[in-house]
Write a protein that binds this ligand. Sequence first.
Ligand code: ATP
Ligand code: MG
Length: 412
Amino acid sequence: MEKLQPVRGTRDLIGEDFSRYQTVIDTARRIAALYGFEEWVTPIFEDTRVFSRGLGDTSDVVSKEMYSFTDRGGDSVTLRPENTAGVCRALVSNGLAQANLPRKVFYAGPMFRYERPQKGRYRQFHQIGCEILGAAEPLADAEAIAAGWNIQQELGMTEGVMLELNTLGDADSRDAYRAALVAYFSAHEADLSPDSRTRLEKNPLRILDSKDEGDRRLVAGAPLIQDHLTMAARDFYNGVKRGLDDFGVPFRENPRIVRGLDYYSHTAFEFVTDRLGAQGTVMAGGRYEGLVEEMGGPPTPSVGWAAGVERLGMLLDAWAKPAAPVAVIPVGDAVQGTALRVLSDLRRAGIAAEIAYKGNVKRRMERANKIGARAAVIIGEEEAAAGTAQVKDLGTGEQALVPLADLAARLG
Ligand code: ATP
Ligand code: MG
């Protein structure tokens, strides 16, 4: 039979890969809770319109990377490429858009994008993310970023990762900036990549995000948003920077940061590293407006970020390993029942414990070493009759006779 392979761009999380993944998600979940984020789980597929809202969206994610298909009922559904839109949809469809805002939401789960697979870039990958829905204040931006920073701190990876911050301004700032960009890039239109020539008409800001070499040379000389900010947008940006200072989050301003999707305004940021080659962005986010409205809700100014679990996982130097178990070893069939009761008692006491399904004492000791057991509880007929067992520390080799009733306390 042909050995079937995982689909290109997907991978199994086994052993160390799983431990890295789990450490990132568990840590993020714990820290997000300290900041008051509640976790939501939304479906991994949605009505395609949740992600693709008319002709306005020129982002790569929506225009090129979505896994969309028509289901058996004839509806167009899409495997989620990101979860901000799903969270906003859920806010509205659960009737939560009117009451009790702001609402802080954390999520973790798989995302799907049809991209060229490479190191740190997959077709199924995982994201953790935080959204603060219904808060127009720059303090919300600073707190969302601080939560993301704190998660990276707990993961021990803030060295070599830099927060790069920018503002996209408000609508008036962006209108003025867009005009300046159109004037600049139109004068160099012949040198733009074909993709960016299309962007010039639809969304010239997107050219700033182009990965094309020629485009990047032009972008280096392009006008800056900072020269087109309204007073209000400048105040907002200063508020975010002040908040970050007060939260103790270091950052560097980078006027070239833009967001991949079209509904962003004001704050845009990325945590970047040079330790992952071309896939150097580990966490990215910003402030967005209009998204909840597009799901049929009221105007709901929001801010959030998403981070790639695989990319964070690759930066980890240490990750949680499963607890080493205790091996329970019956000497002969007559004490099998006692051994199983001991095994159950240990597990009930919260101690990882294992028993081999067969084998003599020698085989069972070999098996105990193979699975990395820290101790062996050896139960012979005599010991069982006396209500005791031999406990052997597999690290030091020390052995002691222990009453069965004391095993859990002794091994806990
Ligand atoms: P990139 O520029 O690397 O394509 P992006 O702008 O498409 O990133 P976002 O949509 O901002 O990424 O997603 C947030 C984070 O999710 C990224 O910073 C990255 O860590 C992770 N990510 C995005 N796409 C992938 C992917 N295909 N595989 C693995 N991680 C990804
Ligand atoms: Mg991308």
